[in-house]
Ligand binder design. Structure first.
Ligand code: PEP
Length: 255
């Protein structure tokens, strides 16, 4: 049975005190709500990783993730953070290939392939983001775009590596825009992703793979989205900055 995950991406928000406060609110609200097959992940800016990971040591209902990492082991890369450093904080996940990294930091699939390698090598779980732009969807090329992203960044992995990935389908036109893919649009792409993974690796691996939806997910639309057969949870941006909204999204799996 594949795992349901709700992951919050705080992006570049919240100073240290505000981050600790939001995290405390989330942990408090989520405590009694998470079922056994579900995981909650909070991905704060790097500065919060150690403190939050320390806090979750005594609370296994929430895991911590980073939003990015460098593709090299270590070295003269001023301002960068390595996967090994992230691992050393106690964090367990790393978001790789978020569309904001692709768009604003020119991260392409070849670079992302290296990032997936280093994240897996360090025993962390990548949340690997794929998705099309509005132009690509309007041109009807979204399936090709997604298939290429998978092929170029992830399909070099061996089956026993790929099985450790979490995928996130995030249509770029839905991120932070208030526009959400309809449940049917999202389900169609999730099923497509699962079928491609099935052909590349095995049906078993595809069936066990957690595929999240991301893009203006909120407490009002989460139930319908997560109710789709191939949608196993969400990667949540804006709504993860409000404890009540984030936890209401998490609770969709308990209702
Ligand atoms: C995201 O940044 O991954 C995201 C899905 O953002 P939002 O929920 O704000 O659209």
């Amino acid at each position: 049975m594949r795992k349901n995950i709700v992951a919050g991406n705080w992006k570049m928000n919240l100073d240290h005190a505000a981050g600790l406060q939001l995290f405390a609110e989330i942990v408090n609200l989520v405590k009694v709500d998470v079922n056994g097959n579900q995981e909650v992940v909070v991905c704060p800016p790097f500065i919060h990783l150690s403190s939050l990971a320390e806090l979750v040591k005594s609370n296994s209902t929430v895991s911590i993730g980073a939003q990015n990492c460098h593709h090299a082991d270590s070295g003269a890369y001023t301002g960068e953070i390595s996967a090994a450093m992230i691992k050393s904080t106690g964090a367990e996940y790393v978001i790789i290939g978020h569309s904001e990294r692709r768009a604003f930091f020119a991260e392409d699939d070849l670079l992302l392939a290296q990032k997936l390698d280093i994240v897996l090598k360090n025993g962390l779980t990548p949340i690997f983001c794929i998705g099309e732009t509005l132009e690509q969807r309007n041109a009807g090329t979204h399936f090709d775009v997604i298939e290429n992203q998978l092929k170029e960044a992830a399909f070099h992995l061996e089956e026993n590596q790929f099985k450790n990935l979490v995928l996130a389908y995030e249509p770029v036109w839905a991120i932070g825009t208030g526009l959400t893919a309809t449940p049917e649009q999202a389900q169609e792409v999730h099923a497509f992703i699962r079928s491609k993974v099935g052909s590349q690796y095995s049906i078993q691996l595809a069936n066990d793979l957690t595929i999240l939806y991301g893009g203006s997910c909120n407490p009002k639309n989460a139930a319908e989205l997560f109710g789709q057969e191939d949608i196993d949870g969400g990667l949540i941006g804006g709504a993860s900055l409000k404890a009540r909204d984030f936890v209401d999204i998490i609770k969709v799996f308990n209702s």
